[in-house]
Each structure stands twice: as C-alpha cells, then as structure tokens.
Design a protein around this ligand. Structure first.
Ligand code: ATP
Length: 329
C-alpha cells in the first residue's frame, strides 16, 4: 500500500538541507496498524507530513500503491489518504456532524450533496468513536479529548485505504486510549485499512500494534513489538535499559532495585506492598532478616512483620510502612 524508497526527511535552512533521517526503505501493508515511535524530536511528525504530501522530501520517493505520491492530484489523494495531524484544527463554528460529513466530501458528486448512505455512514462512525451524543455540538464547545475523537471520526468517515494519525490519543484518558487502539485494530482488520500512527504510549503500542516503526537516531527499524523488545532495539532507542522492564514491557521508576525482604502470601497485596516500598524508596539493611506474611480477604489486608524471626507487628499496610521507614537508610 505504502512504500518509502530512499526517502530522506528534514528541512531546508537557506540552501542547506537539515536531514532527520538516512535514506528510509520501508513499506506498509493493508489490514495492519503500525505505530511510529521514537524519542522527542526524532522526526515522527515530519515523516507523517512528508507521507501526506504536506511537506517535501529532501530526497527519495513515497509510493502509494505503485504510483509516486507527487503525481497524485489532491482530489485523487483525498479518496485514498486520510490524515489527522497535530496542527490546530480551525473549525470552531462547525458542528461535530458537519465535521464528520466533511469526511464524506471526496465521495460525493461535484455539487457535494450527501446521500442517505453518506448520512448513515456518518452516524455509524459517530457511534464507533463515541461522539453520537455530541453530533450537534459546536467544535469550540468540545473538550480536547472529545475534539480528538471527532477528528478521528472525520478521517474514518472519509473511509480511505491509508490512514495517518499524529498522536491520536494524546488527549485521551487511559480507558479511552485503550478503546481507540482496539477500534483502530478492528478497523484495520475488518475493513482492510492501512493505519500508521505516531504515539508516545509506548506500553500500549507494544500491546496492540501489528508492527512498530522505531525511530532510532536517524533511521527507522521495523518489526513486531516482540522482535524489537527481545532484540534490545526498543530500550536502546529510548536510552532506557535501566527503566524499561523487558519482563513486563513497562517503564518502571524505581522498581528494578532489589529490596532485601522476603514476602509471602496474597500476590496482589504483595505487588502493591513492593510498589509502596519502591515508591517511598525504603532501603532496608541487608544484614537484618525482614519477612512479611500477608493475609487478604474481602478487601481487608493484614501484614505480619517478622524481624530476625520475631513477630514485631501485625497491622495495615500504612502502619507497616511507617514501621519499616525507621530501618531505612
Ligand atoms: N517547520 C520546521 N522547520 C525546521 N525544523 C523543524 C520544523 N518542525 C520541526 N522541526 C525540527 O525537526 C525535528 C523533528 O521534529 P518532529 O516534530 O518531526 O519530531 P517528533 O519526533 O514528532 O517529536 P515529538 O515526539 O516531540 O512530537 C525537531 O528537531 C524539530 O525541532
């Protein structure tokens, strides 16, 4: 569907080229979601703008199907390429319904009237992205997250084969982010779309993307999430070997440090006890033998603390933590 051939992206500064990438040779298939990830300033948005013909490539070519991007007219492109970029969308006096209807314009006859089929499509998309209850609201009345859903709705109502989204989840709360990733996967698979999106939601990208394009310095490594993590590319690109936990796919703040303490009992309470010990940076002396037994039922949790085999406390988590702080260096 999409092919990059020796593509170099970047900016012209006077007569000088400021390249952000080496020649890129990559391709995308239909039916898949690809997440473009990489550190701040790597060039993700620049690449999306170059692929969507909003910015010139410094060298090389972009092909959609077998035709070079520069030879597409805007009208032709509007039928096969839908984009939501990060630039401010200036359409405050449109309603959400009108915004979604704009997505249907490439499919209408030259006088631009929407058929009943177009209107049904708009209602379906509104339902999919969760803005049905906002259809008659003006865009300037929406929250950032609602606006983001409406803009994604516009591109979905356009029904193009190739969809490019620049940080589509940046204003969404976690449950809405997860919903959106699931929705994009479903659309890619069931409607055979090719979706490329940039994101900083690294953990969600690892859990949901069919493919990752990882911007590492001035090149892009392509692979499945598992290939890139197991090959060490993922943590290297984010200079985060000490933060990224390869066992869970999560970025951890302090949790990778070992705490010299034995904990037995309920696994959930054990997880949250360790979370608290790491969060509070409690450093226990290695020469003392700390053991904790946990009992948990009906949301009530009791912790027994043994120090050098003597029971010293049986109480709640907060009391236990307070007690352990006395030993922390
Ligand atoms: N219009 C512009 N003219 C010149 N340089 C630009 C322009 N826009 C962006 N840049 C520079 O190009 C580089 C890449 O920017 P870009 O926005 O593509 O990165 P990004 O990977 O999307 O970053 P982020 O994750 O922070 O959104 C940055 O160094 C940025 O300062």
């Amino acid at each position: 569907m999409l092919t990059l051939q020796n593509l170099e992206i970047g900016y012209l500064e006077g007569n000088e080229k400021r390249k952000l990438s080496k020649p890129l040779n990559l391709s995308l298939e239909k039916g898949k979601v690809t997440c473009l990830v990489g550190p701040n300033g790597a060039g993700k948005s620049t690449l999306l703008r170059t692929i969507s013909k909003m910015q010139h490539a410094l060298n090389g070519k972009v092909f959609i199907h077998d035709k070079v991007l520069s030879s597409y007219s805007n009208k032709e492109l509007s039928k096969i390429l839908g984009t939501v970029l990060t630039e401010h969308f200036d359409g405050g006096f449109l309603t959400v319904r009108e915004l979604l209807e704009m997505g249907r314009i490439p499919h209408t006859a030259w006088w631009g009237t929407l058929t009943d089929k177009d209107k049904t499509k708009v209602e379906e998309v509104a339902d999919l992205v969760g803005v049905s209850n906002l259809l008659d609201r003006y865009l300037h009345e929406l929250s950032d997250g609602q606006m983001q859903k409406a803009l994604i709705g516009r591109v979905l109502s356009q029904d193009s084969e190739l969809i490019l989204l620049d940080e589509p989840t940046s204003h969404l709360d976690i449950p809405n982010k997860i919903e959106l990733y699931k929705l994009l996967n479903k659309i890619a698979r069931t409607k055979n779309k090719c979706i490329l999106l940039t994101t900083h939601d690294l953990e969600l990208a690892l859990q949901t993307a069919d493919q990752i394009w990882l911007f590492d310095k001035d090149q892009i490594i392509s692979g499945t999430p598992e290939e890139l993590v197991l090959g060490g590319d993922f943590s290297r690109a984010f200079s985060s070997e000490d933060l990224f936990d390869i066992e869970t796919g999560k970025f951890l703040v302090n949790q990778k440090k070992k705490i010299p303490i034995k904990v037995q009992g309920d696994a959930v309470a054990r997880f949250w006890l360790l979370n608290a010990l790491h969060r509070l940076e409690i450093n226990l002396p290695k020469e003392v033998n700390f053991e904790i037994f946990i009992e948990r039922s009906n949301h009530k949790t009791k912790f027994e603390l043994f120090i050098d085999n003597q029971l010293v406390l049986r109480d709640s988590l907060n009391v236990l933590l307070h007690y352990l702080m006395k030993y922390s260096s």
